[in-house]
Write a protein that binds this ligand. Structure first.
Ligand code: IMP
Length: 183
C-alpha cells in the first residue's frame, strides 16, 4: 500500500519507504561491525517489527538467527498501558547468546523495559535493542535503544509495520494518523 492510497487518513508523511530503507541499511552496517563473528540472535516483537526485521536482517552481511515473541499490551486504542503478557515465547534458547531485540517503535518504553528484564533473566551473553522509531517520552527516559532508526514526534503513527485497529501495517513509509480516523 502506498502513501497515495491513504493520503486522506494521514495528517503528515514523516518518512518515505526510501528514507526508511536508507536508515535501516546504515543500522545494518553498524550491527555488522559490532557483531562480527558473534552470530547474533535477532528477537523480533510481533507483529509490528516484521518490516524492520525483514529489511534489517536482509541488509546485514553477517550470519544471524531470528526468532519471534508475541506479546499483548493490555489496553486498547492508541495509548500504551505497559502491562504485558507473553502470547508466544521464543523457540530458541537465549542462554549465552548475543541477543538483539528488534522493535517497531518505542513510545513509553514500558514494553521494552519488560522485555529486557524478562530476557536478561534467561542469561544471554549480551542484550541490545534496535528500534525503527522512538517517541519523545522514551527519548527523555533514556530507554536503551542502541540502534535507532528515527526520533519522531509523539503523535500516533501508522505504516511500516505499525497499525491502527489492525490496518495500515502494509503501508510503505510512515505517517501521522489523522485523529479523525480514531476519534
Ligand atoms: P510502549 O510500551 O509505550 O513503548 O509501546 C510500544 C508498543 O506500542 C509498540 O511496540 C507498538 O506496538 C505500540 N505503539 C506505540 N506507539 C504507536 C504508534 O504511534 N502507532 C502504532 N503503534 C504504536
Amino acid at each position: 500500500m502506498n502513501i497515495d492510497d491513504v493520503q486522506g487518513d494521514l495528517t503528515t508523511v514523516l518518512f518515505t519507504e526510501e528514507q526508511i530503507t536508507n536508515r535501516i541499511n546504515e543500522l545494518a552496517a553498524e550491527i555488522d561491525r559490532d557483531y562480527d563473528g558473534l552470530q547474533p540472535l535477532l528477537v523480533g516483537i510481533l507483529s509490528g517489527a516484521v518490516m524492520v526485521m525483514a529489511d534489517l536482517s536482509r541488509a546485514m552481511r553477517i550470519h544471524c538467527e531470528m526468532d519471534w515473541m508475541a506479546i499483548s499490551s493490555y489496553g486498547s486504542g492508541v495509548a500504551s498501558s505497559g502491562v504485558v503478557r507473553i502470547l508466544k515465547d521464543l523457540n530458541i534458547s537465549v542462554e549465552g547468546r548475543h541477543v538483539l531485540i528488534v522493535e517497531d517503535i518505542v513510545d513509553t518504553g514500558l514494553t521494552l523495559a519488560y522485555l529486557i528484564d524478562n530476557l536478561k533473566s534467561r542469561n544471554p551473553a549480551s542484550i541490545e535493542v534496535c528500534a525503527g522509531f522512538r517517541k519523545p517520552d522514551a527519548a527523555s527516559k533514556n530507554v536503551p535503544v542502541k540502534y535507532l532508526g528515527f526520533d519522531i514526534p509523539g503523535d500516533f503513527v501508522v505504516g511500516y509495520g505499525l497499525d491502527y485497529a489492525g490496518r495500515y501495517r502494509n503501508l510503505r513509509g510512515l505517517g501521522v494518523l489523522d485523529p479523525a480516523v480514531y476519534s
